[in-house]
Design a protein around this ligand. Structure first.
Ligand SMILES: [Ca+2]
Length: 165
């Protein structure tokens, strides 16, 4: 008989506990949904900043002391040494005050070397004639790794590179 009582007690105790638990659950069911901190902060770093391409650099080419050629046309051509291809084909400007200055943006590729060929059209016929009829020069730029600022001074060490024009 005692055992039966105990079992009843246990069962009733369990029932009360369960009822209490159920009541708790029901009562607290409105507390959900407060976990709303879904800030998806992963929209940074999407910029694919690898647009350095093959690396193209500028060439600035200028001359000083060209006073003997004031008023004459100074022509320049730039060739890739390895391929022989022109990257600048016969650009020209008038020498003034002994100076000339060209800016060629983005024509140089990293690691390449270039011939910078130029002449003063001394006889003014608009084309390149072998020196000393025209004054013709060649300067090389090797192994480009950055923008190049090439400055030359007038001299009389001519090279016949008229074939570049
Ligand atoms: Ca000429």
């Amino acid at each position: 008989m005692r055992k039966v009582h105990l079992v009843y007690l246990l069962i009733s105790a369990l029932a009360v506990t369960m009822a209490f638990a159920l009541a708790e659950c029901g009562g607290s069911s409105g507390n959900g949904g407060s976990s709303g901190d879904d800030t998806t902060g992963d929209d940074a770093g999407d910029d694919t900043g690898d647009d350095t391409g093959g690396g193209t650099f500028d060439l600035d080419f200028s001359g000083t002391g060209f006073t003997p050629h004031n008023g004459e046309m100074l022509h320049v051509a730039v060739l890739d040494i390895a391929s022989g291809a022109h990257v600048v084909t016969d650009q020209s400007q008038t020498v003034s005050g002994g100076l000339f200055s060209f800016h060629f943006p983005g024509i140089l590729e990293q690691g390449h070397g270039y011939h910078v060929d130029y002449y003063a059209d001394v006889n003014g016929n608009g084309s390149c004639d072998a020196p000393p009829t025209d004054h013709v020069w060649r300067t090389d730029v090797d192994n480009v790794q950055d923008n190049v600022n090439l400055q030359v001074t007038h001299n009389t060490s001519f090279t016949d590179v008229c074939s570049s024009f």
